[in-house]
Design a protein around this ligand. Structure first.
Ligand SMILES: [Zn+2]
Length: 155
């Protein structure tokens, strides 16, 4: 059976999930197996995800992130290749600045998971208010979790 997360990706909709690498039970959690990310490095993401009901603003932001708009000023204008450490740090700082411009945050630990097709955001109430609409996250299973915008991998 196709998961709601897969259905959202297949429909080419901006897709955001709360991500957990340990098993989570309860309504809305779905297994993620072998999601391709990391550009030509072809990494895979495995874990559990909770599909977030993005509002219009959240969808626009997620679409911009998945299109790697934040890389417009980077030496490498996409994250297709991992590149050198300096190039990766440039992507990280451009990405953080892009989030800040939209009222969103990513801490230094979560920022390490930035890859093509998986873009991290802190799962704070404030960020949820931006992505879902004010107060919409009150029933969400959030804590120190990570939100990932799932995008397209080049390979
Ligand atoms: Zn970049």
């Amino acid at each position: 059976m196709i998961s709601r997360i897969e259905a959202s990706l297949d429909a080419d909709r901006p897709t955001a999930i709360i991500f957990s690498c340990i098993q989570r039970d309860g309504d809305g959690w779905e297994a993620i197996r072998g999601f391709t990310c990391g550009g030509f490095s072809c990494e895979t993401l495995d874990g559990w995800g909770f599909l977030l009901p993005l509002n219009e603003t959240g969808s626009l932001i997620a679409a911009g992130i998945a299109d790697e708009e934040f890389c417009a000023g980077c030496k490498n204008p996409t994250m297709d290749y991992f590149g050198s450490n300096d190039e990766y740090r440039e992507h990280q700082s451009a990405y953080s600045a892009y989030l800040a411009k939209h009222g969103l945050t990513v801490n230094s630990v979560h920022l390490k998971s930035l890859r093509q097709a998986t873009y991290p955001i802190d799962a704070t109430r404030q960020n949820m208010d931006v992505l879902l609409g004010p107060g919409r996250a009150s029933r969400m299973p959030i804590g120190d979790d990570l939100v990932l915008i799932l995008g397209h991998n080049c390979d």
